[in-house]
Design a protein around this ligand. Structure first.
Ligand code: FAD
Length: 416
């Protein structure tokens, strides 16, 4: 391949992908005085699924300087999550204020085109170089150490950029995982999803207007119902692909069949109009068997994705970015970008992800019920709300997990 004749640039850190994980990582590192370049293959604003924040994102959003922008945004504030049984019985909302005080007990439902643009603009304002419409095509290695990337602009130019560290924040494209053959499905977690958008769906009143509502299906699948700006509601189903696609493959047919079968959801949508195509994702969960190496590290969905049930994706994107930024900063200062240094945050992050993994498996265990769990272990209700708000990274969740194991068999650890 011939490279276009432009001088070879070099950065401390080159980030593949300008979604929330990549934008946050670059912002944190730039704030620590490192020169960062983000290469993003699309042109923002662009569509993305994954609209519900959880309150534990607050601290990272604060340190990124994004809170004033979020508070001034049209994004509906979210104070709670509510579960609705197949018969229509509604749980009391789990208000985040049960375990969190003040401003932090509220988060937002975000339209991702606007939220991701906000995050990347913020990175730019902090001094990060950002190039859009530019796809990374290869991570360059010198022996086993990543030393830069090759990229192609949409208008055709091909170029290379040197980097002391390459960060993969490419989301579900899992760029390094694909290049190095590290990506794996997760045994025991095969879920598919399809979703669309409605205008005019019913909302709760007052602080309940922005709640996430989870409609449970008898087959252990579920619908999300997420209010967005402009009277839009994001509605999607997650269930086993064997169940979803038994007698039809067409996403429209499958989605409408399921909406029609879910009476309590249908009641919310009685006066609503569908305003978007149905989108489909046949395989949700995956992980990489190695998540950092000499000169490279993965953050956000480029690292792993479990399941949307606890809305943990954006939280883990920001948390992994912040933890990784701390290690990259120290590695650059020490001029030692070995895997051991870059990946020093892994045990902390992995412990938090394992908590979500246990919760995801519990949720899909047909013999398990969170209501019965709270009745049997009332002292663990606060820990359960901690999970719903995402407060599980860097925290001792062992008593909660021990109690959980008494009601649902623990799965093998993800790391095994
Ligand atoms: C059905 C579903 C529902 C979800 N619901 C929620 C939810 O309610 N709440 C929540 O918190 N999370 C949710 N998530 C998860 C959430 O969407 C992700 O965790 C989040 O987007 C991860 O952010 P990221 O920055 O890691 O990746 P992304 O946001 O995907 O960003 C990656 C970026 O990398 C770019 N890119 C890819 N390849 C290249 C390349 N080669 N070169 C340059 N750029 C590249 C892409 O264009 C993209 O902009 C959901 C996910 C799914 C699938």
């Amino acid at each position: 391949m011939t490279l276009d004749a432009e001088p070879r640039r070099s950065y401390d850190v080159v980030v593949v992908g300008g979604g929330p994980a990549g934008a946050a990582l670059a912002t944190f590192l730039q704030q620590d005085g490192h020169r960062c370049l983000v290469l993003e293959r699309s042109t923002f604003p662009r569509y993305h699924i994954g609209e519900s924040l959880i309150p534990s994102t607050y601290a990272a959003l604060d340190r990124l300087g994004l809170l004033p922008k979020l508070k001034a945004s049209p994004f509906p504030p979210k104070y709670s999550v509510r579960f609705v049984s197949p018969s229509g019985a509604e749980s009391d909302p789990f208000y985040f204020s049960e375990t969190i005080e003040g401003d932090r007990a509220r988060t937002w439902q975000v339209e991702r085109s606007a939220f991701d643009q906000m995050c990347l603009d913020n990175a730019r304002e902090k001094g990060v170089d950002v190039e859009m419409a530019t796809s990374v095509t290869e991570v360059l290695f010198d022996n086993q150490r990543a030393v830069g990337v090759r990229a192609r602009r949409d208008e055709g130019a091909v170029f290379e950029v040197g980097a002391r560290v390459v960060a993969d924040a490419s989301g579900r494209a899992t760029f390094i995982g694909s290049q190095l053959g590290l990506k794996r499905p997760i045994a025991g977690l095969t879920k598919a999803t399809c979703w669309s958008y409605y205008r005019g769906g019913k909302r709760g009143e007052g602080i309940d207007a922005g709640e996430t509502t989870i409609f449970m299906l008898p087959q252990r699948g579920w619908f999300w119902y997420i209010p967005l700006p402009d009277d839009l509601v994001s509605v999607g189903i997650v269930a086993s692909p064997d169940y979803l696609f038994t007698d039809a493959d067409d996403p429209d047919t499958v989605f409408l069949r399921e909406v029609t079968k879910c009476g309590p959801l249908l009641e919310r949508l009685v006066s609503a109009v569908r305003v978007a195509q149905v989108r489909l994702m046949p395989h949700l969960a995956y992980l990489n068997q190695q998540t950092c190496g000499d000169g490279w590290v993965m953050v956000g969905d480029a690292r792993a994705f479990l399941d949307p049930i606890y809305s943990s994706g954006l939280f883990l994107a920001l948390a992994s970015a912040e933890l990784a930024a701390g290690c990259i900063h120290q590695a650059l200062e020490a001029d030692d970008v070995s895997a051991a240094r870059l990946g020093a945050f892994e045990p902390t992050l992995t412990a938090g992800v394992e908590v979500f993994w246990r919760l995801v498996r519990a949720f899909y265990d047909e013999t398990f019920s969170f209501r019965e769990f709270v009745e049997r272990f009332p002292d663990q209700r606060a820990a359960l709300v901690d999970c719903l708000v995402g407060d599980v990274v860097g925290k001792n969740m062992r008593p909660f997990l021990v109690a959980l194991a008494q009601m649902t068999e623990p799965p093998p650890a993800l790391a095994d």
